[in-house]
Design a protein around this ligand. Sequence first.
Ligand code: SF4
Length: 255
Amino acid sequence: MCCRLEFGMKASGMRMVTRSWSREPGAGPRGIGEEAAPLGRGEAAAEGRKSHRPMRRQRKAQSLSVAYEASDDEKGEGTELLKVPSWEPQDWQQQLANIRTMRSGKDAPVDQLGAEHCYDPSAPPKNKVKYIKQTSAILQQRYGGDIPASVAELVALPGVGPKMAHLAMAVAWGTVSGIAVDTHVHRIANRLKWTKKVTKSPEETRRALEEWLPRNLWSEINGLLVGFGQQTCLPVRPRCQACLNQAMCPAAHRL
Ligand code: SF4
């Protein structure tokens, strides 16, 4: 059921696509980049109390599904129009393929860190441990030990920002709600000019990337770029000599 929106898609204008979603019964489909409307803390808690039991049973059955281009005989009921981006970065497909090649060893720190490091006394920063304890208590009290199933409720938890909320939605609920953008993704997207204009914050970068990056790549891009930023495209003195993108990177050897 996982069909891809082709990388080589460059046509402009509107195109008929079919979208299928595995969501809670009675829930309607969401549009590209659409998130649940922000809830107040009280509403978020009430929503979580109402829904945590069925969500837990549904989690294993959920699966990611993405938009794909429909053939003529697939068009009809249940199809919807999605706008193909009018702008996309030059060479992004080759740059992405190169990053995948450089990341094929999956040996960056991001590939190995896990929740077990919460117990590591040397794990910085201390605030993370404090937030994890506070969040654990809230999840126990309000969500029956589960986690909420919307970005709005997740970012209401202590220490949880948009990046972690989108990651949690993808990993825990199988829902691609948005691109998880941290400082690595923010930095690399600007170096490669994957944003139409220079962006000043990870949130601005997230919105800029979501305007053109095919949705079936949203969940992959965070881990890919974070590891690339840890090993090659470092914040200071990036290793451009060892980078497969140096010939097509606007920032190569200028940092
Ligand atoms: S060429 Fe240098 S700046 Fe550009 S992506 Fe590679 S490491 Fe980063």
